[in-house]
Design a protein around this ligand. Structure first.
Ligand code: SF4
Length: 912
């Protein structure tokens, strides 16, 4: 490739420390925010991550030539950390040493990308020219600049939808063989996976042997082998269970599902599984498949619609870049796959979501792209796989209402097992809300007049059946007529205006009024969501609930009839119904069944209002709000113990199940872990196992409890964070229990830290998705990341980048109605303590990820009860001290540790 030249266009960089502008001639100067905004209005400026620059300048309308968009076009499906340093590493350029060097880097990076477009070796050339023609019509700012660098191909380029490969139909696998794994065989397999040179780890071997027992033949129907395994950080748990799993899958010809809670662990598993399985088998099938919920994947029909005018403006440009990516993507996973997480945030909100099949409108075999569909491909591949890597919610949904019996998981390893309770809680919840009801209306009736796109109602999707089968046609008509009772566009405004329309909107108006009248949570003043228990409701409310219930039943009945008609049509198939048509009707029947169940759950929920409370459930009314803006009104129902339906739907049909985690147990106590496994609901005695962490916590970590920061004193809290981050030289993960406090702290300290060369990033402040924030944090040992719950145990950052975890206070549970009910049922304050210890243990677990990690875990709490100290691993030193003393300790340990290396960036998608 020729030596790249910088692109001679003015470039802008803005950080919390200031703003720098370089003109086309190469002169860089610091400018005010106002000057930068004026310059951007005059001429398109080169910048990196325009929404972030806009937020730094406090000017949301800023636009320009965003280098990340050009990167996504030139290198689709390639990982990059979206920072100047990340771009420099990805393009093999010199890393900028200070803020004022960054505009020059942007010019050089743009020049390098354009040189790539001219190179014969450009691996992603195919499709670029055609895509650029479309982007030119859409006035993509880069189109004119790229034009001269991309030559027209000699032969016409194939359209994406022709280019993608088709999946193969395979026969179902026979049921797996019944075998027992010997301990010797498991140990030999573990040695094979870890490599003969790997150090012998007794904890891991014991763990692998225990896991092997869940694969033994089941002795009694509806009673699986259940193992609860506490696996201390660092024992090598992943290979510890992949060893028996791979052995069993090979010998029994069966499928093992490994379920995780975080995407990070999914990536790690995919990578580690390569030790046990090849990428493809001799027959071309995949032994290991990552399977996610369908809402994660690109729906090709939605994309085609977006490319053909369904999307306008910036969203249409996004659709073109997604189409570029789709041609190179490994599996079409838009969320957490190889589509850069930052791409969606550069464009309109919900742009990415609109390209997935979130509304369940898939037309299956009726879709022209069915044979190339990413979702269908992954479902088929998993039926043949030895190992399916999935998440907790998907495993539970598949067990509860999987389309295909053969695909239901029967050998399941729940890693990050401490999250199974929360996942079951959401999966088995019922929620009748305005947003959910309007979705159902659209699914039945079709789009409202103002809507764009391909979405169609039941009548259009089943037109052939309706014209062939009279009863089926009438059922469709009846369902459409009855669905008029559901809320429609503008419902929230009508509620606000006191003019609800139809029985459901009227009920939601009553829910809203009752919630505002009775809520005492403090959320009204704080701008948060508000709630009230669904008890003591007046006669009028109960009457409205009854009317809404009848309206829902009137929708459900014709849907049940329609399901029956579809079954009859499939069974006595007419001549015109080919295999594809049959598959489409099967698909329609499945999604009908799901809606019928949903309606029945809503009716049951309404039926109980006003009657005696059911001790199995917790019901409440809510107005969902964000920053004082209402976005939904709902009636919620949760199981008091969601592990009860979990036990019936997941455990009972399974043959072998394990829940494993570093924080499954409460200290040494198994009682809560057993109760939270669901086992007692089906009289199952779980096996228990525990392998202690090999880390030397006494010398690797220290817990500091800072006692002189008063609760609620934001200036003192912000000051403490700033000084701790300065003392540590960055590398701090700051955890908050309230977004508002986190924002207040961030606002007070970001500039000060930036001037000291310590970048600060925050969830809910920076317009960057959480996964990318963690990538940025991992890549820069001087960076600090502030966040809330999602970071508490979704961050795996071994090494220098994470040296200190600072919690703003003891993570008390939020006093919601649901929490109050569970607290009362599970021992009161002892229940709270267990939850807090679990949260502390998970947060502490972020700190020490390898035997070389060192660090401080700091809690800013004047009153930290001693009974919570059991959260930390035995031997970890704990000290109560003042902030000044804590600063000294942190500062001293920084002096003893070698200075952070500016390692080349690592791609967590590739290297784990
Ligand atoms: S089969 Fe369904 S999900 Fe797949 S592309 Fe077609 S409509 Fe979308």
């Amino acid at each position: 490739m020729a030596v790249p030249h910088p692109l001679p266009l003015p470039a802008l960089h803005a950080s919390h420390a200031g703003t720098w502008l370089q003109d086309a001639g190469g002169n860089t100067r610091g400018v005010s925010k106002g000057e930068a905004i004026m310059a951007a209005a005059d001429t398109p400026l080169l910048m990196l991550n325009a929404p972030l620059v806009a937020s730094r300048l406090g000017y949301p309308d800023l636009s320009g030539l965003d280098l990340l968009e050009l990167f996504a076009f030139v290198h689709p499906a390639r990982f990059v950390v979206p920072t100047p340093k990340g771009i420099a590493h990805a393009l093999d350029l010199d890393e900028p040493q200070s803020d004022d060097q960054i505009p020059a880097l942007l010019q050089m990076a743009a020049g390098t990308l354009l040189e790539t477009c001219e190179s014969e070796e450009w691996p992603q050339r195919d499709g670029a020219w055609s895509s650029l023609q479309s982007l030119t019509r859409m006035r993509w700012p880069w189109a004119q600049i790229c034009g001269p660098h991309i030559k027209r191909p000699e032969a016409a380029e194939k359209w994406l939808f022709t280019k993608l490969p088709e999946w193969d139909e395979n026969p179902d696998r026979p049921q797996p063989g019944q075998i027992t794994l010997s301990e010797d065989a498991i140990e030999a397999q573990l040695e094979h996976l870890t490599g003969n040179t790997a150090e012998r780890r007794d904890g891991q071997r014991m763990y692998a042997r225990e896991v092997g027992k869940i694969f033994a033949p089941r002795a009694q129907r509806s009673l699986p082998h259940l193992l609860l395994a506490q696996a201390g950080t660092g024992i090598g748990k992943t290979l510890g269970y992949l060893a028996p799993a791979s052995l069993w899958a090979g010998a029994a010809q069966g499928t093992v599902w490994v379920s995780t809670f975080t995407k990070n662990l999914q990536r790690q598993l995919r990578s580690e599984s390569r030790r046990g399985w090849p990428e493809t088998r001799a027959d071309g099938t995949q032994p290991v498949v990552v399977r996610k919920g369908r809402e994660n994947y690109l729906c090709l029909l939605n994309l085609e619609d977006a490319l053909q005018g369904g999307f306008a403006g910036r969203a249409a440009i996004l659709a073109q870049l997604v189409a570029r990516w789709a041609a190179y993507s490994r599996d079409g996973d838009l969320i957490g796959g190889d589509l850069p997480g930052w791409l969606g945030t550069l464009f309109a909100r919900r742009g990415i979501a609109a390209l997935t099949d979130q509304r369940g409108e898939c037309v299956y075999a009726g879709c022209p792209h069915y044979r190339k569909c990413f979702i269908e491909r992954s479902a088929r591949a998993s039926a043949q796989a030895d190992l399916v890597i999935a998440n907790h919610a998907l495993v539970m949904i598949n067990a509860a209402r999987g389309r295909d019996h053969a695909q239901r998981p029967t050998r399941i390893i729940f890693d990050e097992g401490h999250h199974v309770f929360d996942a079951a809680d959401s999966t088995f919840a019922a929620e009748l809300s305005g947003q959910e009801a309007i979705e159902l209306r659209r699914w039945i009736i079709g789009p409202e007049r103002s809507a764009r796109g391909r979405r169609r109602g039941l009548a259009a999707r089943l037109a052939d059946v309706a014209s062939y089968d009279e009863a089926g046609g009438k059922a469709v008509e009846d369902a459409i007529r009855a669905a008029q009772a559901l809320p429609s566009d503008g419902w929230l405004q009508r509620l606000n205006d006191g003019e609800p329309y139809g029985p459901l909107e009227t009920l939601f108006a009553a829910v809203r009024a009752a919630t505002y009248a009775r809520d005492e949570s403090g959320g009204q003043e704080g701008g948060y969501g508000i709630e009230t228990e669904a008890a003591g409701l007046d006669g009028n409310f109960v009457q409205l609930a009854g009317q809404a219930q009848s309206a829902l039943a009137a929708i459900r009945h014709p849907l049940v009839t329609l399901g029956g008609r579809l079954e009859a049509v499939v069974e006595n198939a007419p001549d015109w119904l080919d295999a594809q048509g049959r598959a489409r009707l099967e698909g329609a029947r499945h999604s009908l069944g799901w809606r019928v169940d949903l309606l029945a759950a809503w009716e049951a929920l309404l039926d109980r209002l006003g009657g005696p409370a059911d001790p199995e459930f917790v019901d409440w009314l809510a107005v969902e709000r964000s920053e004082a803006r209402e976005f939904d009104v709902a009636i919620h129902r949760r199981w008091l113990d969601p592990m009860k339906p979990f036990a019936r739907t997941v455990l009972e049909p399974a043959h072998g199940v394990m829940l494993t985690s570093a924080t499954l147990r409460d200290g040494e106590d198994w009682e809560a872990a057993i109760a939270r496994s669901g086992a007692p609901h089906i009289d199952l005695q779980p096996h228990l196992a525990s392998a202690a962490s090999p880390f030397d916590y006494a010398s690797q970590a220290e817990v500091l409890i800072v006692t002189d920061i008063k609760r609620g004193d934001i200036p003192a809290l912000a000051g403490a964070y700033a000084r701790l981050i300065e003392a540590a030289g960055g590398g701090v993960l700051g955890l908050f229990t309230a977004i508002r406090r986190m924002r207040a702290v961030h606002g007070r300290i970001a500039d000060r830290l930036a001037r000291a060369g310590l970048p600060l990033y925050a969830q809910h402040v920076d317009p960057i998705d959480t996964g990318t924030l963690v990538d940025i944090f991992r890549d820069d040992p001087r960076a600090t990341l502030l966040g809330t719950d999602a970071l508490r145990d979704g961050v795996d950052v071994p090494g220098e980048s994470l040296r200190c975890v600072v919690m703003e206070q003891v993570p008390w549970p939020r006093p919601t109605i649901l929490h109050r009910a569970r607290r009362a049922a599970n021992g009161g304050s002892a229940y709270d303590d267990r939850l807090i210890r679990a949260k502390l243990a998970q947060a502490f677990g972020r700190l020490i990820r390898s035997k070389d990690d060192r660090g401080h875990f700091i809690v800013l709490s004047s009153a930290f009860p001693s009974r919570l100290l059991g959260a930390f691993p035995p031997g970890t030193p704990v000290t109560r001290l003042t902030l000044d003393e804590a600063l000294q300790r942190v500062g001293n340990s920084v002096c003893q540790t070698p200075a952070p290396q500016n390692d080349r960036q690592s791609d967590p998608h590739q290297t784990e």
